[in-house]
Design a protein around this ligand. Sequence first.
Ligand SMILES: [Fe+2]
Ligand SMILES: [Fe+2]
Length: 286
Amino acid sequence: MRIIHFSDLHVWRPGLETGDLWYPKRMLGYVNLALRRKFKYPPGLGRAVVDEIARSDADAVVFTGDMTTASLLGEFEDAADLFSPLLEKWEDRFVVLPGNHDRYTPYTISRKFYECLFADRGPVTRTDVGGHWSIVSFDASRPYMVRSNGMISLALAAHLAQILREVADAGRTCVLAGHFPYDHPRGCREGLQHRLLGARRLIEVINEFKPPVYLHGHKHVRWVFQSPKTPDTVCINSGSAGLKSEDPLKRAGFVTIDLDDKGALQGVLACSARRDEEKFETVALC
Ligand SMILES: [Fe+2]
Ligand SMILES: [Fe+2]
C-alpha cells in the first residue's frame, strides 16, 4: 500500500467575509495575511506541489487539512480547483479532511462552504482501499474566537472508536488521519493556543485499535515520530504543501508512505520543492 500524504496548503485571498467582519479571528487573520502569510505562502508553490503529486503514483492520496487560510468562499473554490486533477485521478481514494483554518468562524461553518465543495460525510469517514485497507479520517477542528486549538470530544472519540471497531471486525487494516498532532518530537513543542484539546481521548482510542500510522499536519514541519504514548502507532506529519522556507523539513512538499500487507511501515519519502522552487528533491525520512 502506497499513500501520498500532504497538508496545510493554505491558499489565500485578500478579501474579507462580510458576515463575520467583526469576529476577532477574522480581523487578526486579515492583519496576519497582509503582514506575513501572503509572503510565506506564494500561490505558485502550492500549485507546483499539487501538480507534482498528480504526476506521482499511489494507491491513495490523503490531505490532512488547512486547505484555506481564513475559510473564505473564494479560498475554498481555489482549493477545489487545485484539487480537481487529484480527484479526477484518484476519485474516492483521494481523502480530504478540514483543519482549523477551514473551520475558521461560526459564520463560515454555518454557511457550509467546506461541505458545498467537498463531500460531507460527517465527522468520521471510512474509505476502503482495495480488499485490505481502510483510511479513517476525522474532523477535530472547531472555531475559536482567537485560538487555533482542535477538540476531541467524548462524542467524537466514541464515534471514532465505533468506526475503528467496524474496520477491525471486517478484518481490514486502518490508516488513521486527522489534522492535529497528539504528541510532538523532542524540541518541537506546541503552544497552548494550538494544541489538540482532549488529546488523551484520541490516544486511548489509538492504543485500543493500534493503527500502524497516524497521518496529520497542523505543525508545519515534516516528521516521522514514534510517540511513547502510542507504542504501536507511528505519527507522520507531512509538513506544509505551500510554505516557503529555507529549512528543507518545512519547505513546501509532501510525503510518500509505503506499508506492507501486514501494516508494517516500510519507508517514508519526503518530496519537497528545491530552493529554486521549480524542481523537487526526494529524501528518505525513515
Ligand atoms: Fe496549517
Ligand atoms: Fe492547522
